[in-house]
Design a binder for this molecule. Structure first.
Ligand SMILES: Cc1ncc(COP(=O)(O)O)c(C=O)c1O
Length: 411
């Protein structure tokens, strides 16, 4: 953690206080920055039709239910769970406040004293959940998505049950999805549950259709539907804190797993619920998504394509191979992250700096996330700043000889 700690105090937008926002422009102290670090992909955080519903919900339900779910469930939970199951095309769903709550309780409950097969690049919160599973007796075995024959060998060699294979849906740094069909096949063959964290894909990617408005697909119902897979043997985890700009998360699973989790997942039994304003914006978001989501996604696709085209026209490398609105630009020299961070800040861009151990050391750089609420003018300004950064810093070139499989890993 020393590298992350060093950035604090040396890079002005590492852990900053934001004083004010105006659309996707934010003020940190005296400086206005364009926000390319938000994962509010659909721009629902700024949508008046969604925020307008909050007072009515609070008038009916108060500000916060306060009961843990086991003690009392405002009807809103059941309604959202049903609407969500319909959108996903899943048998059932279970809501908890955040994805972190899910990884910290659902994953250990599913793994029991068996085994967690953990993809090395999976989000840090899954790694934390795996540590909790380990404390309760599960064995944690790591693998890389690029090497599924190694995973097959590890599954074949293990005699631990139950077993859970954990991966990201859309990866939060690369913007790329997992080899879902191959993973599901291995899970089926070796009697494992495939556990997918689609925090980023949900709301952006969705089922494919001939009349879709963009290659992200329609309805934003997540990576499983996008890749035309079913939910057999699979637990999908997703949340509203990215594309839907609200605080709520879900597990999509068969009803028998849902019933099991209601008594075994500690955060269902013991944790407080999300506030009513979050339930309101999640439900209003689902309804807004049904009416206008595909137009938002088409806008998002177009703006992201412009960013990717601009980055590639500069000859720069990015890990994104899918067109998803996460564009990480790595440095050729990881030690330059501090001056690069200061440079972006001084030029008025808020990006996410990604030092080790957030990414493997060889992928240190900055991450741009694009939202439908970023304007075309903001995107042109961003590309101008990236071009200036490329003149000043050795950013990794597309032509550089680089194999992600050689990267040192975070864990
Ligand atoms: C892939 C992934 N999983 C989980 C999380 C954590 O989600 P939550 O804020 O709902 O706990 C994040 C947040 O950044 C994420 O990117």
């Amino acid at each position: 953690m020393a590298e992350m700690h060093r950035l604090r105090g040396r890079v002005p937008f590492w852990d900053p206080v934001v004083d004010e926002i105006d659309g996707r422009r934010i003020r940190v102290g005296e400086r206005w920055l364009i926000d390319f670090a938000s994962c509010n992909y659909l721009g629902f955080d700024l949508e008046p039709e969604i925020s307008a519903v909050i007072p009515e919900y609070i008038a009916r339900w108060g500000t916060h239910p306060s009961w843990c779910r086991l003690v009392g469930n405002p009807r809103l939970f059941a309604e959202i769970e049903e609407e969500l199951a319909e959108l996903l095309g899943a048998e059932d769903t279970l809501l908890l406040p955040t994805i972190s709550h899910i990884h910290f309780s659902v994953l250990p409950a599913l793994a029991g004293a068996g085994a967690v097969f953990l993809e090395r690049r999976a989000h840090q919160t899954i790694h934390e959940g795996a540590r909790m599973a380990s404390a309760r007796g599960a064995q944690v075995i790591r693998f890389r998505e690029e090497n599924l024959s190694d995973l097959a060998l590890k599954l074949a060699a293990s005699d631990r049950y139950p077993r859970v294979i954990c991966v990201d849906g859309v990866n939060s740094m690369t913007g790329n999805g997992p080899p879902l069909a191959e993973l599901a096949d291995l899970a089926h063959r070796y009697d494992a549950v495939l556990y997918i964290d689609d925090a980023h894909g949900f709301g952006v990617l969705g089922e494919r259709s001939v009349d879709e408005l963009s290659p992200y697909g329609s309805r934003g119902n997540g990576i499983v539907r996008h890749l035309d897979h079913d939910y057999d043997g699979l637990v999908l985890v997703g949340g509203f804190s990215k594309a839907y700009s609200s605080l709520l998360a879900f597990v999509a699973c068969p009803p028998e797993i849902r019933h099991f989790l209601r008594v075994t997942a500690g955060t269902y039994t013991y944790s407080g619920p999300p506030p009513v304003a979050s339930l309101a914006t999640a439900q209003a978001g689902l309804r807004f998504n049904a009416a206008h989501g595909d137009e938002r996604r088409a806008q998002l696709y177009r703006r992201t394509a412009r960013v990717l085209d601009g980055v590639r026209a500069l000859g720069l490398d990015t890990l994104n191979t899918t067109g998803f609105p996460i564009v990480e630009v790595p440095l050729a020299d990881p030690d330059l992250i501090e001056p690069l961070g200061r440079f972006l800040f001084e030029r008025g861009i808020l990006a996410t700096l990604v030092p080790y151990p957030i990414v493997p050391r060889g992928e240190t750089g900055f991450r741009i996330s694009v939202t439908a609420a970023n304007t075309d003018e903001e995107i042109e300004e961003l590309l101008g700043v990236i071009a200036a950064a490329a003149d000043r810093f050795p950013l990794r070139r597309a032509a550089d000889d680089w194999d992600p499989a050689d990267a040192p890993t975070t864990t």
